[in-house]
Design a protein around this ligand. Structure first.
Ligand SMILES: NC(=O)c1ccc[n+]([C@@H]2O[C@H](COP(=O)([O-])OP(=O)(O)OC[C@H]3O[C@@H](n4cnc5c(N)ncnc54)[C@H](O)[C@@H]3O)[C@@H](O)[C@H]2O)c1
Length: 342
């Protein structure tokens, strides 16, 4: 396959990041953009130079497509992935994989049945610093893992659909699924249990408008190999995008991430030190988003299994859903195995 012909479904915040990478990567050809909202579709088509369609069905009927990049809201992931797989198309799907474990299993089954690639959008696995952390842990240099702490804070409120528990799973999955994946990926171990607390501390108006909305989450986790972990998420924090990781081992520690994007430092007349923050996840993980898409294209071209599989998406979803249940019940939750084994 010369260039992978890709159809992008969902041209919102994440979709545009992927669309822009796809038009720049020589291994890809963005042939179609699907968005059910006309204005978003027209804007994306004008910028990316692709044909626009109202539905994925229509795009697959009328355009020659090898792969589908799913960046719709979470509630629409399952239908798009199953439709694409049933049509024999390779799939890249944003995280969290789905709203429920049943949906996630259906997605895994459909892609396995079709023998197509399914990669999930855990782009941190392609960030050079997160990769260096994983290599350090895997080399044994840190000794036995003691504790992994993963923090994600976003500047703004999530899109409106994500406030609604029927359409998204809330911060614990929409944001923290990255952190749950990082804990699994770094430790090489599965989740045993989680205990979660959520609260509304800042976005009080959103919580009034949407019952069930929360803007901060704290999770303690135990992995099967005995590693302890914590996941902390907060949105909005206004000051910038802040993703950090700390790993403590028996032989040392490592840390990834800082609030500032570079070495810019300004000292004011009154002695205050000013540094710039990352404004968005788009800036912090710019290189990682490009690298994950490049990896997906290589896997499609070479028929390889991606580094981030549907099963990884399902396992992170299991942890996130167990954390949601823990926050609801006030009790620790065992993280069950929802199937999905190859
Ligand atoms: N990997 C990351 O860092 C990251 C960052 C942001 C969002 N995301 C994920 O990406 C997904 C999209 O989030 P977003 O913030 O871009 O949302 P968004 O609301 O900005 O964009 C979603 C777009 O999909 C369109 N859409 C809705 N239903 C559709 C359907 N059935 N078919 C076609 N188009 C449809 C909407 O009109 C909208 O333009 C979510 O799953 C989210 O969790 C991932």
């Amino acid at each position: 396959m010369e260039r992978v012909r890709v159809c992008l479904v969902g041209a919102g915040r994440a979709g545009l990041v992927h669309g822009r990478n796809l038009v720049r990567l020589p291994e890809a050809q963005l042939v179609a953009v699907v968005d059910e909202e006309g204005a978003a579709r027209d804007r994306a088509c004008a910028e990316l130079g692709a044909r626009g369609f109202r539905s994925l069905e229509e795009a697959l009927e009328r355009a020659a497509v090898d792969a589908v990049c799913v960046a719709t809201p979470t509630f629409a992931h399952r239908d798009a992935v199953v439709l694409a797989a049933d049509a024999g198309k390779h799939v890249f799907c944003e995280k969290p994989l789905a709203l429920t474990l049943t949906q996630a299993q259906e997605m895994l089954q459909a892609t396995r049945r079709a023998g197509v690639v399914l990669q999930v959008g855990f782009m941190r696995r392609f960030d050079p610093e997160f990769r260096a952390a994983r290599e350090c842990v895997a080399s044994g240099e840190l000794g036995r893992l003691v504790f992994v702490r993963s923090i994600t804070r976003g500047p703004g409120l999530p899109p409106r659909w994500a406030w609604d528990p029927a359409k998204g799973i809330g911060l614990l999955a929409e944001v923290c699924s990255h952190d749950f994946d990082t804990l699994r990926w770094l430790s090489g171990s599965e989740f045993r249990s989680v205990f979660a607390r959520v609260a509304v501390r800042k976005a009080t108006e959103a919580a009034v408008e949407q019952p069930g909305f929360y803007d901060v989450a704290l999770v303690t986790a135990e992995l099967e190999d005995g590693t302890l972990g914590s996941v902390e998420g907060a949105c909005p924090v206004d000051y910038g995008y802040d993703a950090r990781l700390e790993v403590l081992g028996t032989e040392g520690m490592l840390a990834v991430g800082s609030v500032g994007p570079g070495t810019y430092t300004q000292v004011t007349r009154d002695g205050r030190v000013v540094q710039h923050t990352f404004r968005s996840w788009r800036d912090r993980f710019q290189e990682a988003y490009r690298a994950e898409m490049w990896h997906f294209l290589q896997c499609v071209r070479e028929g390889r299994t991606p580094e981030v599989t549907g099963l990884d998406g399902l396992r992170a979803l299991e942890a996130a859903l167990a954390a949601v249940e823990s926050a609801r019940s006030g009790q620790p939750q065992l993280v069950g195995r929802g199937g999905g084994e190859p």
